[in-house]
Design a protein around this ligand. Sequence first.
Ligand code: ADP
Ligand code: MG
Length: 590
Amino acid sequence: MTRLFNDPTAFADELVEGFVAANRRWVRRVEGGVARRYRTPKGQVAVVIGGGSGHYPAFGGLVGPGLAHGAAMGNLFASPSAQQVYAVSKAAENGGGVFLSYGNYAGDVLNFDSAQQRLNDEGIPCRTVTVTDDISSAPMDQIARRRGIAGDLTVFKVAGAAAEEGADLDEVVRVAALANDRTRSIGVAFSGCTLPGADAPLFEVPEGRMAVGLGIHGEPGISETDVPTADGLAELFVSSLLGELPPGVEDANGQRAAVILNGLGTVKYEELFVVYRSVARLLEEAGVTVVEPEVGELVTSFDMAGASLTILWLDDELERLWSAAADTPAYRKGSIGAAQDEPTDDEADALEDEGDSASEAVPEASPASRAAATVVTALLETLAHEMDEHADELGRIDSVAGDGDHGIGMQRGASAALTAAKDAQQREAGAGTVLARAGDAWSNRAGGTSGALWGLALTTLGTRIGDDSDPAASDIAEAVQAAVDAIRGVGKAEVGDKTMVDAIVPFADRFREELDRGSAPGDALAAAALAATEAAAATSDLMPRMGRARPHAEKSLGSPDPGAHSFALIVTAIAAALPTVAAQPEQGTS
Ligand code: ADP
Ligand code: MG
């Protein structure tokens, strides 16, 4: 239960504000998250990490000499947007290129990849290693599909230490990838976490039982047992990890290893120490020499009761990097030497550009397109209202096999899109610009997979529709098709993978068919919305093959895909509102 908050939707922003106020020795606030307060030597690789908020000290708490240069901090449990990652990277970059690292989750991959592309396009070298340490999330032969949990820290630490030593970008990538290859984790949970303002936890574990293999967003575990004793948990942890030694480690006996016993949120340090007592003994019995272990909260999951064990199997190089000094708000070891004392630009300057493209001038638009913009804005209002109404329901559906953030993400994205649309429309923007601004705002604010894809869809619609004329139904059908293609191009999902694509494709197809048959646009939309609703309901019978829900495929059987369901809700609401909205007297046009 989260007891202390103001407006739940402001929670993530307010925590960054307070975090920075409390840690000015290390960090400054920049658009999208935080960066180091002091400038690093020219040419040093900038290690930029990030993810959703709710995992403190990941990610902002790990910024400082010897570790990260910047952290993109998304909303609660939602990946940062591409714009956030890009902005933090630009703030942290100092001539050595950017190294991105984060836990392997679909939404993060989409947003970080898009930021990487943008940096590369601007001539800033940028490369990525995603963290895939959680052995419960996919079998060994699909290791690239595994998600990242507390092993984030070993990979970030090794990369940060290498950058501090002066390694170039290729070298940082090499050692980080090596650390990731040799890091394995397993976690358990005793109870779910409850996000601020929510009235129920994201998931529940029955009293006296323990979910094995949890993800750090409360993704359900892969099996369940009775809660063991502390010694019993240590045995489960150690035997699981000794059971899956990474390539290059034939025998645990004689190895040296970095070990993290991590608390997920509400397990006490004292309990962790009791567990660690046995972890240390079991590893010693297996002939493993533990090097500089960490016992405490390193990668949390809000107020989840749970713990995880991580082992990084060391070689000489990794041991040097793991043991190197670091000085960050939440993680310190050794002595980092004299601080680099040239402060970076004043924070106020860094924050000046924050926000969406709201204040940018809007391009010239025809009166007809401005009239269409009024309709578009009204429909976005319907959309935002529909997401407010259904946020809890969508969160619940997403928590069956995903991370429970779909409702919050859609609500936040839709409301930001509406604000941006209203702003543009008031300044006499055409329909294309209103949609494109709404799309930018959506992906900037929402984060997550759905945020990136909805933002992309609206931006594509806007670019296609333009600001010249009142779009005809056939123009809209073409723009919708372009948006569908863009979503498939970026997300790589096809029909049958159990994603929003399952609802969007039948929607676009039916819309086009109805128009071809000569139906009125409003009727075509209503028929298409019905097709989307049926297709979204039918996703209940599918097993997810993409996205965050995939590791829990069988759990999601019988439950629809959240993104498909929200899409169906939205187009249904829009189809219902269209007759009223289109009949309104035009405002703000001349
Ligand atoms: P996240 O999965 O990052 O937490 P959300 O919960 O907001 O993001 O959205 C989840 C939805 O995103 C899924 O229900 C699915 O419809 C959609 N989705 C996930 N991965 C993809 C993909 N690769 N392509 C298209 N849609 C996807
Ligand atoms: Mg989700």
